[in-house]
Design a protein around this ligand. Structure first.
Ligand SMILES: Cc1cc2nc3c(=O)[nH]c(=O)nc-3n(C[C@H](O)[C@H](O)[C@H](O)COP(=O)(O)O)c2cc1C
Length: 254
């Protein structure tokens, strides 16, 4: 071995590849206001959904479909639903600090993520309505959700790699929203509109949000009790910190 022979761990330029990957991971930042004049090239939609296509999924079922919305009138109607949803939450007395959804109406890129829950049957279930089946069905739904989230995340990272700001909107999941919006987009009843992905050049500079330090989210071999958060601590976080971390640059989260 010469001095410059790569060590086994360096064989694939692991660290360099990882750093390039992490650069994209860190470049993924939420924005809720986009440059409305920008037109997303058709290939960019394809590149983004190509990344989603390669995602892992339970039983390799790939229970997803990506519906690209380019029609400004449809975007306007979708966006208005969310603007109204914000008012609904206020009326219900919900304490959640809902964002302004107006930016959705002019988001250059808008993709509705559809999940096909019929694929729950493809996962380990008994399908006989027994109590054991129920427990397996519940987990099967989680498998499906994890699968679609894995694919959606790949799409978000691809959009970030292309230099876009992204926006992951799940406020579409409630049954009422599904019923209202399904006919608009011609989505069959069998499919669920699980979330919307908006992307495009941000109107203002992107900012990185606070993330928990590595040590806080990691244990080795056994769960570290020092990392356990009580219900009261979580309630306190929701009351005092949630709104600050959601809408501020990490450097401004005191
Ligand atoms: C599963 C999931 C659901 C989300 N739902 C919404 C949503 O309904 N509306 C919204 O404005 N942002 C939503 N977001 C965006 C989060 O608020 C955002 O990711 C978070 O504040 C962290 O910021 P970052 O994406 O810049 O790291 C969602 C993100 C994820 C991953």
């Amino acid at each position: 071995m010469t001095d410059d022979t790569p060590t086994p761990t360096d064989k694939f330029n692991q660290v360099e590849r990882y750093q390039r990957f992490l650069e994209v991971v860190r470049a993924r930042m939420t924005t809720r206001e986009f440059d409305p004049g920008y037109r997303v090239p058709r290939e960019h939609y394809q590149m983004i959904i190509e990344a989603a296509r390669h995602a892992p999924s339970g039983a390799d079922a790939q229970p997803w479909h990506y519906l690209v919305v380019t029609d400004p009138a449809l975007k306007e109607q979708l966006g208005e639903h969310f603007v109204q949803e914000r008012y609904r939450r206020i009326q219900l007395g919900m304490k959640f600090p809902s964002p302004n959804y107006r930016g959705m109406k002019t988001a250059p890129g808008l993709v509705v993520v559809l999940a096909d829950f019929r694929y729950v049957r493809a996962f380990p279930v008994l399908d006989d309505g027994s109590p054991a089946d129920l427990a397996y069905q519940r987990n099967a739904e989680r498998i499906l959700l994890q699968s679609v989230a894995a694919s959606t995340m790949a799409a978000h990272l691809a959009a970030a790699a292309l230099g876009y700001g992204v926006w992951w909107v799940t406020a579409i999941g409630q049954e009422e929203a599904q019923q209202a919006l399904r006919p608009l987009l011609g989505v069959p009843d069998e499919l669920s509109m699980i979330d919307i992905m908006c992307f495009g050049p941000p109107r203002k500079e992107l900012y990185r949000r606070w993330k928990r330090p590595l040590d806080e989210i990691m244990s080795w071999d056994r769960f570290d009790p020092a990392k356990f958060r009580t219900g009261a601590q979580i309630d306190e976080w929701i009351a005092n910190d949630r709104h600050r971390v959601m809408y501020r640059d990490e450097s401004r989260v005191d």
